[in-house]
Design a protein around this ligand. Sequence first.
Ligand code: SAH
Length: 272
Amino acid sequence: MTEDRPRSHGRLSITASLRPRELMAGNDRLRGAWVARIITLFPEAFPGTLGLSLTGRALKHGLWQLQTIHLRDFGIGKHRNVDDTPAGGGAGMVLRPDVVGAALDQAAIGTPPDRARWPVVYLSPRGRVFDQAMARRWAAAEGITILCGRFEGVDQRVLDHHAVEEVSLGDFVLTGGEIAAQAMIDATVRLLPGVLGNAESTRDESHSAGLLEHPQYTRPAVWEGHEIPPVLMSGHHGEIAEWRRAQSEALTRERRPDLWERYLRKRDGKGG
Ligand code: SAH
């Protein structure tokens, strides 16, 4: 579905017609909020799921800002072409470096050149796989520019020229970067101060301490003959914490030997 009244969700659409001064004035107004600036051929895909629930409420309340830059606005000629056939032959189309470069230039306006303060990312199955540590790094930045690819991807020269970091959602191939962008922005935004009601919930969850989360239960106490583990009903906070930690460890060891190995190395490295 397209967003009829984008501003009602705090979304700011940046188009090629916006002058730099206007863009910066816009940023001034929004000072302090974390910004996701997204270059895409499908701005109507946003906010998408980011407009729902906790991320949506945070967007509405100005805890973060979503800005889309429509790649089509930088297209060439009457038909606003953004792609062309791959040099050397082969299937599909490649996004042109001049078109993507112009969009990246526009996206850079008013952002710090220090990539730690403002990462510039191309979503790509060739990239480093996104994880919780990366979400934490992004949340600590002032904002991020995310380039969503389509077709066969983007001309390599523009990625090199703009020192763009490639990041992947996982070892599979999507038709475009928009879903990956929403997944990564969701993971990042929920780490921003004030977005989740309970600050503890990001501390204990899966991947925050290098372990998967323990199982969760809620009412009814007996469902289809299955009881909630009695320790959780005991009221002994110490025993509950101990049980949860043991469950976390067992689950991680069983399901994710890679995480378990890393967890042990870290724990033993610390002399624990
Ligand atoms: N030809 C490319 C794949 C292009 S898929 C290759 O083989 O590497 C089209 C677009 O979808 C990409 O430009 C990228 O932006 C997005 N995409 C596909 N898979 C992705 C993934 N695993 N993570 C993030 N983005 C992805």
